[in-house]
Design a protein around this ligand. Structure first.
Ligand code: SF4
Ligand code: SF4
Length: 282
């Protein structure tokens, strides 16, 4: 894809990175069939190729993102299915990340949108707050019919029963059964331990039975994906730095051989953690 950035624009490393990505797209459209929003809505603007065009236009003009573009970027699920079919290896993930950060910086959303996004960023990455919010949702259920449609939809997603906090999600070292073969850090995450604590419990059982000592590092928490996908770069960066610091402290144990791996059992968090090198590039 041809691009028309000025030299001054390319002085910004994020723009230079996006320009490289844009230039690798050959407009073939193979990605369209794998994009759930395109399959559902049938609108090119809600396809990966359509979004790539709109992001290119938005970044080249270097103006506040218009409502129409924001709508189509917001509808992207970040499922990255498009990347699996792209023959040209277009790095859509980093392009849409940059676009979201640009939208967050330059676009003024309507007040209720801003309030909802601020609430999500304040609540979801923190287990305690998320648990309280789910309890609030449970209490608010009888009032659902008089609430605005978006809040009603969110209430309908809240589980009917909220599980107790699991003991495996506290900072600790869980010893291996039998001789220790490996030592790993487990990313316990933020929303998953509240919604489905049995996943981390099963992971710990599996690992310890196979001779793996599991460390739940003090200070580690949300991987940062939730705020990152809201375009809130500073908040995401804080989560990334906190996790790296927590795992680095464990790594420094035993003469620098304190960890063999970091285990992530949530696909979205895994994608983000694998991208920490890129997120911390500056
Ligand atoms: S990441 Fe976005 S553009 Fe790509 S397939 Fe998923 S919804 Fe479509
Ligand atoms: S498949 Fe890849 S190269 Fe083809 S239009 Fe989609 S993003 Fe561009």
């Amino acid at each position: 894809m041809q691009t028309n950035f000025t030299l001054a624009q390319l002085g910004d490393s994020a723009v230079a990175e996006s320009e490289k990505i844009l230039r690798s797209c050959v407009h073939c459209g193979f990605c369209l069939a794998t994009c759930p929003t395109y399959v559902l809505l049938g609108d090119e603007l809600d396809s990966p190729r359509g979004r790539i065009y709109q992001i290119k236009d938005m970044l080249e003009r270097d103006r506040p993102a218009p409502d129409s573009v924001v709508r189509h970027i917001d509808r992207c699920l970040t499922c990255l299915a498009c990347m699996t079919t792209c023959p040209s290896g277009v790095d859509y993930m980093h392009l849409v990340d940059h676009a979201r950060a640009h939208v967050e910086r330059t676009h003024t959303r309507v007040w209720h949108d801003r309030a909802l996004r601020a609430l999500l960023a304040f609540v979801l990455p923190y287990r305690g707050r998320f648990r309280l919010a789910l309890m609030g949702a449970w209490l608010a259920r009888p009032l659902a019919s008089i609430l605005p449609a978006r809040l009603r939809a969110m209430l309908s997603l809240a589980p009917a029963r909220i599980a107790r906090p699991s003991p495996v999600d506290r900072p600790q070292v869980i010893p291996a059964e039998g001789p220790r073969r490996k030592r790993v850090a487990l990313l316990n995450g933020c929303a998953q331990p509240v919604l489905a604590p049995q996943i981390n419990e099963a992971t710990v059982r599996l690992l310890t039975r196979h001779g793996v000592e599991v460390v739940v590092a003090k200070g580690a928490g949300c991987c940062g994906a939730l705020t990152h996908h809201l375009g809130k770069e500073a908040a995401a960066h804080r989560s990334v730095v906190a996790n790296v610091a927590a795992w680095s402290a464990e790594l420094a144990e035993q003469g620098g051989a304190g960890l063999d791996a970091v285990i992530v059992n949530t696909s979205g968090c895994g994608t983000t953690v694998k991208d920490y090198g890129f997120l911390l590039r500056d």
